[in-house]
Design a protein around this ligand. Structure first.
Ligand SMILES: Nc1ncnc2c1ncn2[C@@H]1O[C@H](COP(=O)(O)OP(=O)(O)OP(=O)(O)O)[C@@H](O)[C@H]1O
Ligand SMILES: [Mg+2]
Length: 484
C-alpha cells in the first residue's frame, strides 16, 4: 500500500531500522491506508505490530495481550479517541500512548496530554517522526520495565524520597526516577516553575550509586555568558578581565556525582556546543586553557520552556535537543493533578505546624475545597507558601478559608469578575492586582490585631510600604480613626 493522505514521507525501504528490540505496538486508526502504512513501517523498524480499526477493536486487543506502546488516532469512528486514552490510562497505566490527530488543534493536543499521552503527533505524520517517537517510547518503556521488576516492596506508596504524589502522573514520575537513577543517560526534566524539577533531580541523584558524591545545581538563566562558562567549566588566571586566579568549575566540583543544569533553554549557542561535547565525549576545557579535562558526571537538565519550539525557532541546537530529550520526565502543573493537592497540603501542614509547635492543626473542609479549586500558577511552591502562611495566621487548631490568601479563596469569583462582559472592558493588570492585595493586607492586619510591625513582617514588606498601601486602600483599624 502506498502512503496516502495523512501519511507523508519515506516508505519503510528508504530508511534502515535503527531499533531492533521487539517492542509490541498497537496501532489504532480507522483509515485502512494509514493503518497499513504505519504497520508496515513499524514492522520494518523491528517492532511487533497489531493494528486495530476502532476503539472497540483496540480494547479487545488490549485485553487479549500485552503491548508496550499504542499509537492511536484521536478521531475514531466508534468514539472519541480521548476516551480511549482515558480508559487506557486507568486500566493499563504502564502502556505508553502516542496520540495523533488530523484535526490538530491545540485543544486536542492538550486533551491528549491531559489524558496521559506520552507524545502528540499532528497528521500528516512524517515517518521519521513516528520512528523517533517510537524509539523514544521504547527506550522509556525499557527503563520502566527494568525499574518495576526492581521496585522494592518496602517503598512508601505515595512518596519517593522527598517527592510526594498519588496521581497516575506522579506514579509515572516515580517509576521514571527509579528507572533512570543508575544510568548515565542525560535526563531532561520539563515542567512549569514550582512543579518540583529540583526535587526530582535530587531524588534521581539520591537513588543513584552516585549519592555519596556531590550533587551540584546551577541555573543557566540570568547569568552573563562568560561568567556562566566559567561557572560551569572553570577558568585559568587571566582568561578574561578579572580572572585573577585559576578557578574550578561546577563540572569539576561534581566529579563522580551529578550536575543539575536548570533553565537549559537559556544557554548561549557557544555553551550549547560545549555542553554537547561534555555529553558526547565527556571532555571540556576551562576558559582560557588549552588543557582538556575528562569528566565523569551525570547530567540532569531542567527547563520550563518548550525546547522543541526553541529548536524550531533556531535558538536551540537540534542535535543537543535530541541528545538530552531521549529520556525525559514531564512534571504536570499542579492544576492537572487535583488529588495531589490535599496530599501535598497535609504534608506542608505537618512540616510547618511542627516548626511552629502547633502540632494539632488540621484543615477545615471548606479550606481544602478552596485549595483544590484554585489554579496554582506557582504550582507546588505556591501551595507550600500558602500553607505556611495559613499555619502562621490561623488561631486555634483548624485552618479555615479566612486563613488562606484571598486570591485562593476568591479565585472562582475573581475569574468571573475579570472576564465579565458587564464591565465593558477587561480589567487592567494593575486593577486586577489591587483587589487581592487589599484583601491580603486587611486579613493580615486583622490577624495581628492591627499591629503594623508584625503585619509588615509577616507580609515581608517594610513598614513604610505597609503604611502607604493602607492609606491607598483606606484600611483603618475599626474605631481607631483618631490614631490613624
Ligand atoms: N512532589 C513534591 N513533593 C513535595 N514537595 C514538592 C513537590 N514538588 C515540589 N515540591 C516543593 O515545592 C517547592 C518548589 O519545588 P522545586 O524547587 O523543585 O520546583 P522547580 O520546578 O525546580 O521550580 P523552578 O522552575 O522555579 O526552579 C520546593 O519547596 C519543593 O520542595
Ligand atoms: Mg528549580
Amino acid at each position: 500500500m502506498v502512503a496516502q493522505g495523512p501519511i507523508e514521507g519515506s516508505t519503510p525501504a528508504d530508511s534502515p531500522p535503527e531499533s531492533r528490540s521487539a517492542t509490541r505496538i498497537l496501532v489504532v486508526d480507522d483509515e485502512p491506508a494509514v493503518r497499513e502504512t504505519l504497520e508496515k513501517f513499524l514492522i520494518a523498524d523491528g517492532h511487533e505490530v497489531v493494528a486495530a480499526g476502532s476503539a472497540g477493536e483496540a480494547l479487545v486487543e488490549l485485553e487479549r495481550s500485552t503491548f508496550d506502546v499504542m499509537v492511536a488516532d484521536l478521531i475514531l469512528r466508534d468514539g472519541n479517541g480521548v476516551d480511549l486514552l482515558r480508559t487506557v490510562r486507568d486500566r493499563w497505566p504502564d502502556l505508553l500512548v502516542v496520540a495523533m490527530s488530523g484535526y490538530g488543534t491545540v485543544q486536542s493536543a492538550v486533551e491528549a496530554m491531559k489524558a496521559g499521552a506520552f507524545e502528540f503527533l499532528q497528521k500528516p505524520v512524517r515517518m521519521d517522526e513516528i520512528r523517533q517517537v517510537a524509539r523514544r517510547a521504547v527506550e522509556q518503556q525499557t527503563l520502566l520495565r527494568a525499574s518495576r521488576s526492581l521496585r522494592r516492596v518496602l517503598d512508601a506508596p505515595f512518596n519517593l524520597d522527598a517527592v510526594i504524589g498519588r496521581t497516575y502522573q506522579m506514579r509515572r514520575v516515580f517509576d521514571l526516577i527509579e528507572a533512570v537513577a543508575d544510568s548515565k543517560t542525560p535526563v531532561l526534566i520539563r515542567g512549569e516553575t514550582g512543579t518540583g524539577k529540583s526535587v526530582v533531580a535530587r531524588a534521581i541523584h539520591q537513588r543513584s550509586q552516585r549519592r555519596l558524591r556531590p550533587l551540584v545545581e546551577i541555573s543557566c538563566g540570568a547569568i552573563p555568558e562568560t561568567l556562566l562558562a566559567s561557572e560551569l567549566f572553570g577558568h585559568v588566571k587571566g582568561a578574561f578581565t578579572g580572572a585573577l586566579a585559576d578557578k574550578e568549575g561546577k563540572f569539576q566540583a561534581a566529579e563522580g556525582g551529578t550536575i543539575f543544569l536548570d533553565e537549559v533553554a537559556r544557554l548561549s549557542p557557544s555553551l550549547q556546543g560545549k555542553l554537547l561535547r561534555v555529553l558526547q565525549d565527556r571532555q571540556y576545557e576551562p576558559l582560557g586553557s588549552s588543557r582538556t579535562y575528562a569528566v565523569d558526571v551525570r547530567v540532569i537538565l531542567g527547563t520550563n520552556a518548550d525546547l522543541a519550539r526553541e529548536v524550531d525557532a533556531g535558538r536551540f541546537r537540534g542535535d543537543l535537543y535530541s541528545r538530552i530529550s531521549a529520556v525525559h520526565i514531564d512534571l504536570p502543573p499542579l492544576r492537572e493533578r487535583l488529588t495531589d493537592i490535599p496530599l501535598l497540603a497535609e504534608h506542608f501542614l505537618r512540616k510547618y505546624a511542627h516548626q511552629c509547635g502547633k502540632t494539632r492543626l488540621s484543615f477545615a473542609e471548606g479550606a481544602l475545597q478552596c485549595l483544590q479549586r484554585y489554579g496554582w500558577p506557582g504550582n507546588v511552591r505556591e501551595l507550600a507558601n500558602c500553607v505556611e502562611r495559613a499555619v502562621v495566621l490561623c488561631r486555634g487548631d483548624t485552618i479555615h478559608e479566612r486563613d488562606l490568601p484571598p486570591a485562593v479563596v476568591r479565585s472562582v469569583e475573581d475569574d468571573a469578575l475579570l472576564f465579565s462582559p458587564a464591565r465593558g472592558r477587561p480589567m487592567t493588570l494593575k486593577e486586577a492586582l489591587e483587589e487581592p492585595e487589599k484583601r491580603i493586607i486587611k486579613a493580615a492586619l486583622e490577624a495581628h490585631g492591627w499591629n503594623r510591625q508584625k503585619t509588615a513582617a509577616i507580609l515581608d514588606i517594610n513598614r513604610t510600604t505597609l503604611y502607604k498601601k493602607m492609606k491607598r486602600y483606606g484600611l483603618e483599624e475599626p474605631g481607631a480613626r483618631a490614631n490613624a
